[in-house]
Write a protein that binds this ligand. Structure first.
Ligand code: TEU
Ligand code: CA
Length: 540
């Protein structure tokens, strides 16, 4: 069990992300909830994770599944109430697990009382909590567009002004330039710290310093000033873990965000690797090439070593499933899921596992009617309007839609995968009959067992936490292999990220030694089998 009072405990931690709507329903309404999470703590303890990041469970009209918050201080009745949250925090802590809340500080719901006030008149005391510009109906202040489609400005006829929103019109952006907004948010965060949470994930935090007049959203001029003030007013010096979502982060910026002095956050999610197979937008594919991924990982591993801290992930609630994306969700599903797990869990940083990833859950290529996400629906309309056929638009969604990640957790082979006794809010993937937690817990050779072993290995081998990084065979199109050196140990990770046998000569330093972890039994000399993953370790 980690000592959560120790500075930087999160460097040894593994975080598990829960999408509460789809994790476990406890009352048969078809929607996952806090008592459901509580009932699965034993499972999470068995896996060995140290922290649970819950996607937002605050009061929300659910226009964007909780990323539109109408009250930061209340739990949405869909998920339970404040007492359920307190119980969860307490019971998780008893098992050596802390709860991380997902703070959406860039915007609120349009149903938040601040916005309901703000839109009443130009001289309402809350008006300046949001971003307004004068204009004429039909002629927005500028051409900025919203992430979920359409313009980033919505007209309010009653007061003759536009408000700014980077996401849906139901998600108006807060005006961080207003010190009152900042103080309200800090006070709210302090109240959650007092409830005993272990930290926070900060939604689109690189956008709070925006300047809509300059058409700047990410990395705005006052971003780091605001972040330092936020940290100093809330979590600084309190041994919490904080991870900011920052699509616009490069290595120099990530060094600022995750500066070892704790002046901003513990770490950020950066997306350099996640956009390698994307063209102009996520709906347009670009061929994926392993050498480019390896090069990018090398830069980040070396760029933050001793100067910041990496977060490590292949999946989250916005991304397609890794086995379907870069692995093989057919015959080699389990092997490829293990291969990607080994590739990630040997790196320096804090690993994040997204619910179901530890089972090798796959994408869900459903008809549009079974998709629920506002982004998918709008994107479909936009693709059709741009001249794409139904088949083309659906192919793009099947590949990249966020819905792929949001299908209910697959607990059993039984009805609704054991997720609910009612009608699930989103269709359960029919492959739950073969892919589910119950089956994997009983199988010592499952994807789950590999994740569990990798988490344990991070705890038992300090080199995984502390070591530096050297990339081997950078140009190899099949093999991802690297060395980690530190804490008196040398670690070798070698993974075949392809479906064909690959040549691989074991470095002489490991000649005659046996692997610490092998995903397909005893290794074969000179080669890696399709999707095979190996980890070796020796003392220096
Ligand atoms: O995501 C930020 C973001 O840029 C999203 O638009 C997302 O990456 C999208 O899928 C890209 O196509 C965060 C949350 O993670 C996401 O779930 C929210 O919808 C979004 O912020 C708004 O709060
Ligand atoms: Ca429920």
């Amino acid at each position: 069990m980690l000592d959560f009072t120790k500075k930087d405990w999160w460097k040894q931690a593994v975080v598990y992300q829960i999408y509460p709507k789809s994790f476990q329903d406890s009352n048969g309404d078809g929607i996952g909830d806090l008592p459901g999470i509580l009932s699965r703590l034993d499972y999470l303890q068995t896996l060995g994770v140290d922290a649970l990041w819950l996607s937002p469970v605050f009061a929300s009209p659910q226009a964007d599944n909780g990323y539109d918050i109408s009250d930061y201080r209340a739990i949405d009745p869909l998920f339970g109430d404040m007492e359920d949250m307190r119980t969860l925090i307490r019971e998780a802590r008893r098992r050596g697990i802390v709860i991380l809340l997902d703070l959406v500080l860039n915007h609120t719901s349009d149903q938040h009382r601040w916005f309901l006030q703000a839109r009443q008149s130009r001289d309402n005391p809350y008006h300046d909590y949001y971003i307004w510009r004068d204009g004429e109906p039909g002629t927005p202040p500028n051409g900025m567009t919203a992430t979920f489609g359409g313009p980033a400005w919505t007209w309010v006829p009653e007061i003759g002004q536009y408000y700014f929103h980077q996401f849906a019109p139901q998600q108006p952006d807060l005006n961080w330039a207003n010190p009152k907004v900042r103080q309200e948010l800090y006070e709210m965060i302090r109240a959650w710290i007092d409830e005993g949470v272990g930290g926070f994930r900060l939604d689109v935090i690189d956008q709070i310093g925006k300047d809509p007049d300059l058409e700047v959203t990410g990395n705005g001029p006052r971003l780091h000033e605001f972040l330092r003030e936020l940290a100093a007013s809330t979590w600084a010096g309190r041994n919490l873990v904080t991870v900011g979502e920052a699509w616009g982060a490069d290595i120099p910026r990530a060094r600022l965000y995750s500066a070892p002095d704790g002046s901003e956050m513990s770490m950020v999610f950066q997306f350099e690797q996640m956009v390698l197979d994307q063209g102009k937008t996520k709906w347009e594919p670009r061929p994926f090439a392993l050498p480019a991924l390896k090069k990018s990982i090398e830069r980040w591993q070396q760029g933050l070593h001793g100067q910041g801290w990496n977060s490590l992930f292949w999946n989250n609630h916005d991304l397609p499933r890794i086995v379907s994306r870069w692995g093989d969700d057919g015959a080699a599903r389990a092997d490829s899921a293990k291969a990607w797990a080994v590739a990630l869990h040997g790196l320096q940083g804090t690993p994040y596992i997204y619910q179901g990833e530890e089972l090798g859950m796959t994408n869900a290529p459903y008809p549009l009617a079974d998709y629920r996400d506002i982004e998918s629906r709008n994107a479909y309309e936009e693709m059709r309007a741009a001249g794409k056929t139904d088949a083309e638009a659906m192919q793009a969604l099947h590949r990249m839609a966020r819905d792929n990640a949001r299908t209910p957790m697959q607990w059993t082979a039984g009805e609704n995968a054991g997720f609910t006794t009612g009608t699930p809010w989103m269709r359960v993937n029919p492959n739950h009959t073969a892919i589910n937690a119950e089956a994997e817990l009983a199988d010592p050779d499952s994807v789950f067992a590999t994740y569990r072993a990798l988490i344990a290995l991070r705890k038992s081998h300090p080199v995984v936490v502390e070591g530096d990084f050297t990339l081997l065979c950078p140009d190899d199109k099949q093999v991802f292999a690297y060395l980690r050196r530190g804490a008196g140990q040398l670690l070798l990770v070698a993974v075949n990220l392809s479906g064909e046998t690959a040549e691989f000569a074991l470095p002489v330093a490991f000649a005659g030694t046996r692997p610490l972890l092998a995903t397909q039994g005893a290794p074969r000399p000179g080669v890696l089998r399709p999707w095979e993953g190996l980890i070796y370790c020796r003392d220096l």
